[in-house]
Design a binder for this molecule. Structure first.
Ligand code: ZN
Length: 197
């Protein structure tokens, strides 16, 4: 279910090394072998941040974003220039808090990823315009990189704010990128379409 190169489904940075039980075994032992309750995570997000936390809203629903069924963009907004996540909903706020999504290493990584992604997307755009057969490989390499959430946040920028955020010279490239690769990771689209096995 994870997109990219088996990255952690929570931070999009480290390789997924652990299987997190989204609903903790301590609270739901009968869900130990339920496929949809198994999320690929890094040890930092799983063991250091989330652990057995599973905050609930007053109506009993989970306050964590489930990346297998929900689009994090409905709850979170990424400030591309600073690398910091803000929240749009209570669920977004709880998710940032539980997974420490604004810890310094992630914020710094997203800032670097934004600089790189902007250049790679412009390069991809020029290669594509020139008919370079390696353009698609360049794009796929970016989509397998850490912090691919930065790339999707760029693709989601509304046209009227894109110029102010990423700069006028990058806007046509990002618009074409969006038309080819979309605004949601392919793995998430596929999971939503077929459901968990
Ligand atoms: Zn992680």
């Amino acid at each position: 279910m994870a997109h990219g190169a088996w990255r952690c489904m929570y931070c999009d940075d480290s390789l997924g090394t652990d299987i997190d039980h989204f609903q903790p075994l301590k609270l739901a032992p009968l869900r130990a072998f339920v496929w949809a309750n198994h999320l690929l995570a890094c040890s930092n997000c799983n063991s250091n941040s989330k652990r057995d936390q599973y905050p609930l809203a007053s109506d009993g629903t989970c306050l964590l974003i489930d990346p297998t069924t929900e689009d994090p963009a409905d709850h979170l907004v990424l400030m591309l220039r600073t690398g910091v996540y803000g929240h749009l909903t209570d669920k977004g706020e709880a998710t940032i808090d539980v997974f420490h999504l604004n810890r310094p290493d992630l914020v710094a990584g997203r800032k670097d990823a934004y600089c790189t992604a902007r250049s790679v997307i412009l390069s991809w755009y020029e290669m594509r315009s020139d008919g370079d057969p390696d353009a698609d490989s360049t794009a796929k390499a970016l989509l397998r990189s850490p912090f691919v959430d930065v790339v999707y946040a760029m693709a989601r920028l509304a046209p009227h704010v894109a110029e102010a955020v990423i700069g006028a010279r990058f806007v046509p490239a990002v618009q074409q990128w969006r038309s080819v690769y979309g605004t949601v990771p392919a793995a998430r689209v596929q999971t939503a379409r077929i459901g968990a096995p």
